[in-house]
Ligand binder design. Structure first.
Ligand code: MF3
Ligand code: CO
Ligand code: CO
Length: 288
């Protein structure tokens, strides 16, 4: 029976024989499932054609953020950032993914100071000392790319700068553990360890996510977790890592607009995000 199965085409869409493709990976996954870990569902493993599409989309996202980096300054409104992102995305042949996503009304999220995520652009003016997250998600030829960066407006306080830098280190601490047969728990553990070492807390209510064919796919990527737990990584998985790091409590609340998440204590928060791909060698940062 096994022989028959092994002559079949692999389930992954490579066109190769199963035995010469995912057979060894599946065997290792079964063994790890025996240790209580979770094998990734086959639907979220991307084909090389899909990966190329997600890579291109992620590069559009990167270009849009590069443009924002050049234009953001004290005196600009968040609505003006929204217009810049909207128009440049269209110019590059993409569609802003957040616009009308589950009723979200704008083409970008702009989250200032105590805003954890999903800040809605409006007539608010950025001022010297603000720390601002700009989160861009693009649909390009049907594929999704998602990334966010922090921007420091003019001269900010030492503690704000330190928070922004630590949040970036947390993102890379997470990215650095990505490789075949590592677990999503390893990502959360690396991030949490680094954040707590520096005296910060990690938001739990929001996390990273599978991405590519849809905006939010499986799995939920916890930024707070135990090592060697949860879902197992294998090549062809695409997901975001996007830790939100807080000065005070990790707790958040959502404003009456139904979107804007703020820290429960009003203290500062910072976030950086990349879309990544698990490769045979380790990781490729698609939005870099
Ligand atoms: N870009 C955000 C993320 O990283 C999601 C924004 S959804 C929106 O997952 F509707 F708020 F725009
Ligand atoms: Co995002
Ligand atoms: Co995301």
């Amino acid at each position: 029976m096994r022989e028959l199965i092994n002559k079949d085409e692999c389930w992954c869409g490579s066109g190769k024989k199963y035995k010469e493709c995912h057979f060894t990976i599946d065997e290792k996954l079964s063994k790890m499932e025996g240790e209580g870990l979770i094998a990734p569902p086959r639907e979220i493993i991307k084909t090389s054609e899909q990966i190329e599409g997600i890579r291109k989309s992620s590069q559009v996202t990167k270009k849009v953020l590069d443009m924002v980096a050049e234009r953001i300054r004290a005196g600009i409104t968040t609505d003006e950032i929204n217009t810049l992102v909207h128009e440049y995305t269209l110019e590059l042949g993409g569609i802003p993914a957040t616009l009308n996503y589950r009723g979200y009304p704008k083409s970008v999220c702009v989250s200032i100071n105590e805003v954890v995520c999903h800040g809605i652009p409006d007539e608010r003016v950025l001022k010297e000392g603000d720390i601002v997250n700009v989160d861009v998600t693009t649909i390009y030829k049907g594929y999704y790319g998602d990334s966010s960066r922090m921007f420091i407006i003019g001269k900010a306080s030492e503690k704000a700068i330190r928070l922004v830098e630590t949040a970036k280190e947390c993102l890379y601490a997470g990215i650095n553990v990505v490789k075949p047969f590592a677990t999503f728990g390893d990502i959360g553990h690396a991030i949490q360890t680094h954040a707590e070492e520096k005296g910060y807390s990690v938001v739990r209510e929001y996390g990273g996510h599978g991405i590519g064919i849809q905006f939010h796919e499986e799995p939920f990527v916890d930024h707070c977790a135990e090592p060697h737990t949860g879902m197992i990584m294998i090549p062809g998985m695409t997901f975001t890592i996007e830790p939100m790091i807080n000065e005070g409590t990790y707790r958040c609340k959502v404003l009456r607009d139904g979107w804007t998440a703020v820290t429960a204590d009003g203290k500062l928060t910072a976030q950086w995000e990349h879309t990544v791909l698990v490769t045979e060698e380790g990781v490729e940062i698609l939005t870099a």
